[in-house]
Design a protein around this ligand. Structure first.
Ligand SMILES: NC(=O)c1ccc[n+]([C@@H]2O[C@H](COP(=O)([O-])OP(=O)(O)OC[C@H]3O[C@@H](n4cnc5c(N)ncnc54)[C@H](OP(=O)(O)O)[C@@H]3O)[C@@H](O)[C@H]2O)c1
Length: 190
């Protein structure tokens, strides 16, 4: 079932890859109505694709994603993907020792988080943040976990708006199955 293949380096600079990584319902949503994320925890854990966790050296997260994760149980958010950076225009008043808040531009944020990844991959989490990274040509790969559910509404893989992603061509690299989850990996053509 598993035909995952090696993907080599990317992103320039000889470090790990910059990977947009997300779970998606079959109808193309990465969060349900009201930012519901329960459907992800029902189908997968960090053990579903341990090789992805092992390949990840750091995570760069949009503030929207961070805020949603704050309201979820650790069981559904714990993921040892290395140091976590959160991009925001305004860090919260209360510090959070688990993350580093960044207030710089997207390119600098990616460079900072990539440097902390120690040569492993940098994972980009968040709809708006990922859209900006894709538009700026900063993304090497997109990794999608397709979950066996239709959500009907919610946050789209590529939401409309200021940072809407126009056509980007992708090269299929690998597919893999783990339990109910189908993983699709694509290289971003530049
Ligand atoms: N299914 C999955 O695997 C998956 C993965 C990740 C996220 N999600 C879901 O996606 C939803 C969140 O997506 P989202 O669209 O809100 O996007 P997001 O990318 O998580 O967060 C957007 C926020 O990030 C900050 N930001 C973005 N660009 C910035 C910049 N250039 N400079 C400074 N700050 C910047 C801003 O926060 P401030 O307003 O504070 O400045 C912005 O409002 C949640 O429901 C989350 O659960 C799902």
């Amino acid at each position: 079932m598993d035909n995952e293949s090696g993907t080599g380096g990317g992103g320039g600079g000889g470090g790990g890859k910059v990977v947009v990584n997300r779970a998606m319902s079959l109808d193309g949503f990465i969060a349900g109505p009201g930012h519901a994320m329960d459907w992800v925890g029902e189908h997968m854990t960090s053990e579903t694709f341990p090789e992805v966790v092992a390949a990840t050296g750091a995570m760069l997260v949009g503030r929207g994603t961070y805020d949603v994760a704050q309201g979820m149980s650790d069981e559904n958010t714990s993921y040892d993907g290395g140091p976590q950076f959160v991009l925001t225009h305004e860090p919260p008043v209360e510090p959070d020792p688990r993350v580093t808040f960044l207030t710089c531009g997207v390119e600098e944020a990616v460079a900072t988080a990539r440097a902390a990844a120690g040569g492993k991959d940098l994972e980009i989490l968040g709809a708006d943040l990922a859209a900006q990274c894709l538009r700026l040509g900063l993304v090497d790969e997109i990794l999608v976990y397709v979950l066996p559910v239709l959500l009907g509404d919610g946050v789209r893989f590529s939401p409309p708006g200021e940072h809407q992603v126009d056509r980007i061509d992708l090269e299929p690299l690998a597919t893999a199955q783990s339990g109910p989850v189908t993983m699709l990996r694509f290289r971003v053509r530049k």
